[in-house]
Design a protein around this ligand. Structure first.
Ligand code: NAI
Length: 387
């Protein structure tokens, strides 16, 4: 129910990408449905028109809402009575900015995968356009949707850690430890192709997640970076490893490591923050848990029942002991978006937790990070400022 006491209707969602055989599009569809606030009404699900139409039919969409191309979909849906109101962009990276530009120009809101674009210039152009068209624009840094992460953010903001001194973030995977892109592996294929992934491999794919998480929880901007990127697998066109030293606002120091050739690691996104009074530790593979260690006291393992801050409670759906995880985290970004959307429709201020959701500026900062790392590396691992 809204403030006026009338029932909320579902927001009409369209999707670009996410056809048969793809990965994240299906997760978005689950996430959008989890809190029952969206209805998928249209899609341009693939670059191949026949596959796009077959994918839409398999999802139960009528044929006139399944499109062979996103340009046609955006133009038609924006005009039609009962057309889509928000578009989820779940294509490879090189299309994000193009599709988002079309959406904004037609007055549609956007939920876009990371990285937001393949260059900072593209990201800046999107920021300009969204200012002009005043649309909602979520960037799905999924891990910002975990209750433990929201609780960590509140703990840091409350001063419980004291002054932040050291920040460490790492994101390690092993699925690109061999030249799997040569075997026809779809997701590896485009991620290692500069024409589709952009100029960054692991850096853009998972480094941007790590960078966002660090800023989201610490509340600190990274001011300077000294970084190296490296390609371990022979013949690969993009980096599969990045390591960076960081200088942050207020004097904190840190490190970021992201690698897709770390044997034995699957989705090991880990964050540690050390303040003058306490530290926290989070491991994405155990997402219901946050460690809080005050100086001189035993470390506390905060599990979901103890993650009781307002923003964590708003991101929790089940009683403690019932595992929640990655789907719920992505669903939280949809729930945040829905709150912002309904607040706009009702001309009221949204709840504070929804406002923390990753938005266009966060996506833009991801590209600023990518370009700073590449600049630092290109200059022989010099310190560079992050614009
Ligand atoms: P994928 O290769 O599995 O899926 C991409 C989909 O886009 C396919 O269905 C493909 O046919 C479609 N596509 C390509 N060109 C298109 C066009 N012109 N029009 C319409 N559809 C088109 O890739 P995956 O792994 O799902 O990644 C997609 C995006 O999601 C990437 O930007 C990636 O960085 C991001 N991602 C984000 C994650 C997160 O945790 N937030 C996790 C995994 C991926």
């Amino acid at each position: 129910m809204n403030v006026a006491g009338t029932a909320r209707r579902r927001i009409r969602l369209a999707m670009v990408g996410g056809g048969e055989g793809s990965f994240i599009g299906a997760a978005h569809r689950v996430a959008a449905r989890l809190d029952d606030q969206f209805e998928l009404v249209a899609g341009a699900f693939s670059s191949e028109p026949s596959r796009a139409l077959a994918s839409g039919a398999a999802l139960g969409l009528p044929s006139d809402r399944c499109y062979g191309g996103y340009e046609q979909m955006v133009a038609r849906e924006a005009q039609r009575e009962g057309g889509a109101e928000v578009v989820a962009i779940v294509t490879p990276n090189h299309l994000h900015a193009r599709v988002a530009t079309a959406c904004l120009a037609h007055g549609l809101d956007v939920i876009c995968e990371k990285p937001l674009a393949v260059s900072l210039a593209e990201a800046d152009a999107l920021v300009q356009l969204s200012v002009k068209h005043r649309r909602l624009f979520t960037v799905t840094y999924t891990y910002a949707g975990y209750p433990a992460i929201r609780h960590a953010r509140e703990l840091v903001a409350s001063g419980a850690l004291g002054e932040l001194r050291v920040v460490q973030v790492e994101y390690a995977q092993d699925w690109l430890a061999t030249d799997v892109e040569q075997t026809g592996h779809k997701q590896a294929g485009w991620r290692t192709d500069p024409a589709q992934a952009g100029p960054a491999g692991a850096l853009g794919d998972i480094g941007t997640h790590a960078f966002h998480l660090l800023g989201y929880v610490s509340g600190l901007a990274v001011e300077e970076i000294c970084a190296e990127v490296h390609t371990f697998v022979p013949g690969r066109q993009l980096d599969d490893h990045v390591q960076a030293m960081l200088r942050l606002q207020g004097g904190a120091r840190g490190m970021l490591w992201a690698s897709q050739v770390a044997c034995g690691e699957h989705n090991a996104l880990r964050l540690r923050l050390y303040g003058s009074r306490a530290s926290i530790r989070f491991d994405q593979e155990v997402p219901d848990t946050l460690w809080f260690a005050p100086l001189g006291e035993p470390a506390q393992c905060l599990r979901r029942g103890a993650l009781n801050s307002q923003s964590a409670a708003a991101a929790t759906r089940l009683p403690p002991g019932h595992p929640e995880g990655w789907y719920e985290a992505l669903a939280q970004l949809y729930r945040d978006f829905a709150e912002l959307w309904h607040a706009r429709a009702e001309a009221r201020i949204p709840p504070p937790w929804a406002l923390t959701t990753p938005q266009l500026h966060d996506g833009r900062q991801g590209l600023a990070f990518v370009e700073a790392v590449l600049r630092s590396h290109g200059a022989g691992q010099r310190w560079v400022s992050l614009q």
